[in-house]
Design a binder for this molecule. Sequence first.
Ligand code: ADP
Ligand code: MG
Length: 351
Amino acid sequence: MELTVTLQKVFGTFSLDVDFVVRGERIGIFGPSGSGKSTLVSLIAGLNHPDRGRILLDGEPVFDKAARIDIPTDLRRIGMVFQRPHLFPHLSVRGNLLYGFKRSNRAHRKITLNDLVEVLQIGHLLDRGVKNLSGGEKQRVAIGRAVLSNPRLLLMDEPLSALDDTLKFQIIPFLTHTCEAFHIPYLFISHSLTEMRIMADRVLLMDGGRMAGQMGAEELARASAGERTRPYTNLLRLRAPRRVDGLHAYKWGDRELLISGGDDNPEALFELPSTDIIIFKRHPEAISARNLLKCRVAGTFETNGRIALELECGTEHLVALVVKEAVRELAITKGIKVYAAIKATAFRQLG
Ligand code: ADP
Ligand code: MG
């Protein structure tokens, strides 16, 4: 997917003025509240109209002021998911799901109700009304409705912001699996760095109605690595847990990690703060930490007065944040081997 946007829009004292091209399938829009993210996607969807400029989707104009092109929202084939599900209260789950499908052009109907129900696991809800669904179920139906309209681009405006953490990380796999299974490119809006790293490869940075830049999601995480309020956090996707002495041993690349939380699901996502990793230059004989990983220092970068060590642990990577004095005293340089100690309790399960 390629999106080319050059536009201006003024709302009273706020002005949106952007000029960018972005390519990819999993694109994030990241920026503080009030920076213009929702305004931008409403213009792309055709819910609002720019004062000037043009919007091209895969080279085809959906809006071009000078050429007097303004394709109506329904014909743009752009799906939307919002923070609140906005389901139609008088329709059943099935009715809600089929709403966009029925209005879509037959030639574009590649995704069917049956395919979708399987991926979103909502078969048992089809004949129910939408009033008594749980928050997570409602949001799954809203995602399904948008996907069933067979869009060529899906716009998701903070679809997870209203959900608590538990629910959020239950919904994320449905979102990612659905978009992957049906090859739907998306723009995913959020002000959460964690959500960006999970949902996006490429991130557009918005600030004060302007596009402040574009970078990889991991690059963005590293750029803010040294922040005192929230230093860099490692995200680890772990597999195949087995129970060991009241802990869970998960596979992480060709290594194994012992974690005090966890469950029996075959895959899980964990956070590990970069400040919770202790570095030893030589093998510590006896330590209480349950994880001791021999790794190679693949690189270092300075951030906010601290040093981030990029550790290569077999096929996987970790970032450990240490103070400058420690790096100097231990003479840690690129290429050397170190031992990283991590307590079993340092991991926090996200989903
Ligand atoms: P974000 O989604 O990044 O939080 P928004 O795009 O919602 O930011 O809002 C950006 C600015 O645009 C805000 O100052 C908001 O008040 C203003 N704005 C958005 N839509 C309208 C509108 N329809 N009328 C007037 N002002 C608006
Ligand atoms: Mg918004």
